[in-house]
Design a protein around this ligand. Structure first.
Ligand code: HEC
Ligand code: HEC
Length: 297
């Protein structure tokens, strides 16, 4: 009998040591709830083992006796025993603790560390997103400049000037030679934005071609020459372009830059590779904004 109690107490100590090993730092935490929980855990360990021992001992030594209940189940009958004292006390204590826990310990829907973390993360993400959706024009240009210096400057030059004619001069919208090339040979590089392309030979006599090309290369100032009528249906009365029909020949619009980066361009100057999938929408907008700031309207 004695050995059973010694074993039980050793078991309690082992369980407490295990608990301390796993969650011992809760004892020294600033949160009194944690300390209380640890004390509760130790109490539950002790009470459980001691109560179990008590009943095991009782089962061994008890003799049946007392008043029999009326009911019989296939001949089996029960004694009218009162609720065990320890069980009754535990039941009441647990009920009191449950009420305390719900109302004061960790009230439902109130503070939790996980909840706080989620809320703070959400708030931070919203702040981050709004910072970059409402990005100021200066930040956008700076972003564009950084991308340009890495991705585009090797061909277009640090100043965007095209490295002496090796690529498109981005400080103006388009050169006379490029306009003449588009008129003579047509153009169908930006298939995703303007699927029909531009047919060759919209103008055929050299004087008209020269006149229109000069006017466009000079920035479409003053009155358009009459021969521009052959172009206005697609490019708009003042060269601003028409969505899905033709790009702007006046400014580097976001949609033109988007189309150049998506499809690349191969014309009289050379080959511009496409950047499909390598730049996101914000980066394309940033590049467009930076290119416009270089002077090409
Ligand atoms: C049928 C419609 C249409 C007409 C008419 C037309 N264009 Fe175009 N133009 C386009 C399209 C579409 C593109 C884009 C081509 C591409 O995908 O590369 C384009 C491209 C150009 C470009 C090159 C723009 C760039 O950045 O690569 C120039 C310059 C141009 N057109 C000038 C003219 C001129 C000048 C005329 C009149 C003589 C003219 N276009 C008539 C549809 C037209
Ligand atoms: C490998 C060299 C090369 C790289 C890299 C390059 N480009 Fe180009 N780009 C060219 C060439 C060449 C042309 C002229 C094509 C033509 O008109 O013959 C051009 C043309 C252009 C045009 C004029 C398109 C038009 O129709 O008006 C724009 C805008 C442009 N590039 C923007 C960029 C941007 C932005 C980057 C960086 C993300 C970039 N390029 C990277 C070679 C390059």
């Amino acid at each position: 009998m004695k050995s059973m109690w010694i074993g039980g107490i050793a078991f309690i100590i082992a369980l407490m040591a295990g608990t301390y090993f796993v969650a011992g730092d809760a004892f020294i935490s600033d949160d009194y709830i944690n300390t209380l929980t640890m004390v509760g855990a130790f109490a539950i360990i002790s009470i459980t083992v001691l109560v179990a021992l008590k009943y095991v001992q009782q089962i061994r030594s008890d003799k049946a006796g007392g008043e029999l209940a009326e009911e019989a189940w296939d001949g089996l009958r029960e004694y009218k025993n009162p609720i065990p004292f320890g069980w009754g006390i535990s039941f009441i204590l647990v009920a009191v603790w449950a009420v305390w826990y719900m109302l004061f310990g960790y009230p439902t829907n109130q503070f939790s560390q996980i909840g706080q973390w989620n809320e703070e993360t959400k708030e931070f993400n919203q702040k981050f997103e709004s910072k970059w959706t409402d990005i100021g024009s200066e930040d956008l240009r700076n972003m564009g400049e950084s991308i340009f210096l890495v991705q585009c400057a090797p061909c277009h030059g640090l100043d965007g000037g095209g490295i002496g004619g090796k690529s498109h001069d981005l400080t103006t919208r388009i050169s006379k030679a490029s306009v003449i090339d588009a008129i003579k040979n047509g153009a169908n590089n930006f298939k995703s934005a303007y699927p029909a392309g531009m047919p060759a030979g919209m103008l055929t006599d050299d004087a008209s071609i020269n006149e229109v090309a000069q006017w466009i290369a000079d920035g479409l100032k003053n009155k358009a020459p009459d021969s521009y009528a052959a172009c206005a249906g697609c490019h708009g009365d003042s060269g601003e372009g028409v969505e899905f029909v033709a790009p702007s020949i006046k400014t580097y619009t976001d949609s033109l830059i988007g189309a150049v980066l998506k499809d690349g361009k191969k014309a009289n100057i050379g080959v511009m590779p496409n950047f499909e999938g390598r730049l996101n929408e914000m980066q394309i907008k940033a590049l467009a904004s930076y290119i416009r700031s270089m002077g090409g309207n």
